[in-house]
Design a protein. Sequence first.
Length: 167
Amino acid sequence: MKIDINNYEYNEIIKDILNCREFKKIEAYPHHKINRLEHSKRVSYFSYKVCKSLNLDYVSAARAGLLHDFFLNKYNNKNTRKLLVEHPLIAVKNACKHFNISTKEKNIIESHMFPINIKILPKYKESLVVSLVDKVAWLYEKVTGYSKELNYTLGKTAIFIFLCLTN
């Protein structure tokens, strides 16, 4: 799931968000074995691509996809379940505070945890796309993250065995 960093149209749609100092802070927060900014870029870019191919509102999907996890709270053992359900409301509040977002973009952000959270339902096709892309990105990031951890562990083990055998 590689992002085309040279896609001019996409970059023009999201540049004001990426230039926001407060938004950039999400890069410091771990998320799905990477950081929250990288995850948000992936969701945004692939939501943009899917919506564009389906003749949907790809601008709203790209912007809301980037803002869907715009919160600065850390997950921990005590708040994980609560934050899982509440972070879309925190993200939409932050998005409204720093950007001029549409009603559609608000719903995309608020409903991106569907069907895990059914309190706020997707009202638009773009909301469903972003929610689905978010789940696919989560799975991809988990699998590749575990793969990197496994490769690192195997590499350390191989070096250790090699050193033991050569001594």
